[in-house]
Design a protein around this ligand. Sequence first.
Ligand code: ADP
Ligand code: 5GP
Length: 189
Amino acid sequence: MARKGRLFVISAPSGAGKTTLIKQLLPQFSEVSYSVSHTTRPPRPGEVHGRDYFFIDEAGFEAMIETAHWLEWARVHGHYYGTSRTFVANQLEKGNTLLLDIDVQGAAQIMASGLDPVSVFIMPPSFEELRRRLENRGTDAAQTIARRLKNAEQEISQKHMFQYVLVNDDLETASAQLCRIFKKEMGRN
Ligand code: ADP
Ligand code: 5GP
């Protein structure tokens, strides 16, 4: 795959605040595009097809595994998630910088792909705070929250794979830290 552009990979346990941090970051980096993933998870209230995710069914996703459509894919919290190979290839070919918001399994696949991403792992300040954030977000059923919390430990055990590990305790502080990482890696002051 041609790669004139750069890849940033951001992972975190569900509820750590990754989406919130990315939403604060992107307006400051007009040259960075968000890679919209495909998923078989049902949309949350307010999520828009094509902006937050491309929402597809399991049969469609599995067919696209067979045709090697995915640059990386994983089954996360009971649903499929994947990144389109052609989308990433086209963006990198054009010299664009892409931000991939993907889980640790997907991050490992990207790291093994030779695409040399900048990788960031976002940690919650504590397990209790992670639970509070998932509950306060109010988007997931109790069973879904329990499953995501159960997976958090395993995800956190993989954080050593990442170049940067950032704790999202105070939002403004974490947001500024993420911004500094991007500035440094993009060669901006
Ligand atoms: P993720 O994308 O990692 O699953 P979200 O960005 O959806 O997580 O954040 C989960 C919840 O926690 C949201 O309700 C969000 O507003 C809240 N949140 C995010 N960062 C912080 C923070 N630093 N302090 C307190 N609450 C936060
Ligand atoms: P959510 O359902 O909360 O939006 O996302 C659940 C998890 O799936 C998060 O860790 C998120 O980063 C991850 N995820 C989202 N898109 C992709 C993707 O394309 N590939 C992989 N491997 N994980 C993804």
